[in-house]
Write a protein that binds this ligand. Structure first.
Ligand SMILES: *[C@@H]1O[C@H](CO)[C@@H](O)[C@H](O)[C@H]1NC(C)=O
Ligand SMILES: *[C@@H]1O[C@H](CO)[C@@H](O)[C@H](O)[C@H]1NC(C)=O
Ligand SMILES: *[C@@H]1O[C@H](CO)[C@@H](O)[C@H](O)[C@H]1NC(C)=O
Ligand SMILES: *[C@@H]1O[C@H](CO)[C@@H](O)[C@H](O)[C@H]1NC(C)=O
Ligand SMILES: *[C@@H]1O[C@H](CO)[C@@H](O)[C@H](O)[C@H]1NC(C)=O
Ligand SMILES: *[C@@H]1O[C@H](CO)[C@@H](O)[C@H](O)[C@H]1NC(C)=O
Ligand SMILES: *[C@@H]1O[C@H](CO)[C@@H](O)[C@H](O)[C@H]1NC(C)=O
Ligand SMILES: *[C@@H]1O[C@H](CO)[C@@H](O)[C@H](O)[C@H]1NC(C)=O
Ligand SMILES: *[C@@H]1O[C@H](CO)[C@@H](O)[C@H](O)[C@H]1NC(C)=O
Length: 370
């Protein structure tokens, strides 16, 4: 009898424990069958404890979590997809996701990351394939931390990186140099004004680069060289404020050459100057050839006017010489007259000088004055 009671108590205990292990954290929804846990828009201030070990898809979105660290995700070795989007996260510590050994997709979009520690995205197994940082950075300054984290987090297995909708003004040199496996890079809707040397270096296997909705006015040689260093990548360049003045010509010619890999080449249009708005950038290549022609024309006009001036001056000189020749007799006479006149003047002067320089005469004159 006693043994039976004891067994009953044990059984009850086991049931309680069992239900506890299958429990769901408060304010979350758990589905063991779908291996999914969702804690969506519940004003959580930290990652809840007690997330079941079977979880593969974990959504903790739209809450008020401000920072995540290594203690946030313990014992969750089965999680492959983790979304932490729209949580106001400002800080991600090093090794935060290191325990998530099966993690393949990490979505941090819609946060306000200002402090990203160097090994923030490290995952034990280098299993991470997709990292979504769309609208995730607080401001452009965070790009320095981000560059460090992309370098130190062992992301060689990463295939897709979404950095769209941030306020990136430029890309630090070699920011992606440790992402040798990356296939897709989204940089659309930032404020990039240029593509500098080495800003895309290391992306040997890139297949897709999206640079739409940025602030590119043109792409000078430096940027074109950088894009040509990604020969396997198709490019998207639309919705940039391209400015079709003479300087855009190398870009337009490059575009014509690279039509097969710039997917939206046919749709690219000038945004400025106003008179060129909506002109196809491909056409601008031949239009702006006019820059050179106009310059050459101006040069030619200038040269012509110099030649003309020279001829006129030469002609005037000739006429002058001819007139001199015709008047040679008169001139000769005039010269002799002049010589005689000079001689007379000189002699007169000489005479006066002798009188002036005679001290006796000057004394006489000064005593007469007195
Ligand atoms: C992870 O999943 C495997 C297989 O489904 C399971 O055996 C293991 O217990 C799970 N891990 C945890 C911590 O629950
Ligand atoms: C998990 O992430 C992968 C990409 O790594 C994606 O294809 C899949 O649809 C995601 N699953 C869920 C449930 O979000
Ligand atoms: C490494 O990741 C793969 C999934 O990408 C997983 O199947 C494997 O178990 C992981 N290995 C270890 C040691 O965690
Ligand atoms: C990243 O997240 C944003 C917003 O949540 C979403 O629109 C976008 O499709 C995601 N990017 C990828 C590559 O899945
Ligand atoms: C980004 O925000 C920080 C903190 O507010 C500020 O100190 C920094 O100047 C900002 N950077 C930019 C580029 O706006
Ligand atoms: C671009 O990003 C800003 C936030 O940085 C967002 O407000 C805006 O809606 C985005 N524009 C597009 C066209 O996605
Ligand atoms: C970019 O590299 C080229 C040579 O590869 C060099 O001439 C140029 O000065 C560099 N530009 C900058 C801004 O470093
Ligand atoms: C440029 O094209 C857009 C759509 O293609 C059109 O809405 C706009 O009116 C055009 N602007 C000019 C100045 O032609
Ligand atoms: C574009 O390239 C083709 C040859 O591939 C050439 O026939 C055409 O004239 C070029 N167009 C312009 C605008 O340079």
């Amino acid at each position: 009898m006693r043994g039976w009671t004891r067994r009953l108590v044990l059984a009850l205990l086991a049931l309680l424990l069992g239900s506890a292990s299958a429990a769901c954290p408060p304010r979350c929804e758990c589905s063991e069958a779908a291996h999914t846990v969702k804690c969506v828009s519940k004003e959580l201030r930290s990652v809840p404890e007690g997330i079941p070990g079977y979880t593969r898809n974990l959504f903790i979105t739209g809450n008020q979590i401000s920072r995540v660290g290594p203690e946030s995700f313990r014992g969750l070795e089965n999680v492959t997809n983790l979304s932490l989007s729209n949580n106001r996260i400002t800080e991600v510590e090093s090794h935060t996701f290191a325990g998530l050994r099966s993690l393949r997709s990490l979505d941090l979009s819609g946060n306000q990351l200002a402090v990203v520690h160097p090994e923030a995205f490290s995952v034990a197994n280098q299993s991470l394939r997709e990292l979504n940082l769309s609208r995730a950075l607080y401001n452009h300054s965070a790009v320095v931390d981000l560059a460090m984290a992309l370098r130190w987090s062992s992301l060689g297995g990463l295939r897709g990186l979404d950095l769209s909708d941030n306020s990136l003004i430029y890309l630090p040199a070699r920011i992606f140099s440790h992402l040798g496996g990356l296939r897709r890079l989204q940089l659309s809707n930032n404020s990039l004004v240029a593509v500098h040397n080495a800003s895309l270096s290391g992306l040997e296997r890139l297949e897709e680069l999206d640079l739409t909705l940025n602030a590119l006015k043109t792409l000078p040689e430096e940027g074109l060289r950088e894009l040509d260093s990604l020969p396997g990548a198709t490019l998207l360049l639309g919705d940039n404020p391209f400015t079709c003045t003479c300087g855009i010509e190398p870009f337009a010619l490059w575009l014509n050459r690279s039509r097969d890999r710039v997917r939206d080449a046919d749709g690219l249009a000038c945004a400025f100057p106003a008179g060129m708005r909506n002109t196809s950038l491909l056409a601008a290549g031949s239009l702006t050839l006019g820059c050179h022609q106009r310059d050459a024309g101006a040069d030619l006009a200038l040269q012509t006017s110099y030649v003309f001036l020279g001829i006129v001056l030469g002609f005037i000189g000739l006429i002058f010489l001819f007139v001199l020749y015709l008047n040679r007799k008169g001139i000769k006479k005039r010269v002799y007259d002049m010589r005689d006149a000079c001689r007379e003047v000189w002699e007169g002067y000489h005479y006066r000088f002798e009188i002036d320089s005679d001290p006796r005469l000057s004394q006489v004159s000064s005593s007469a004055d007195a």
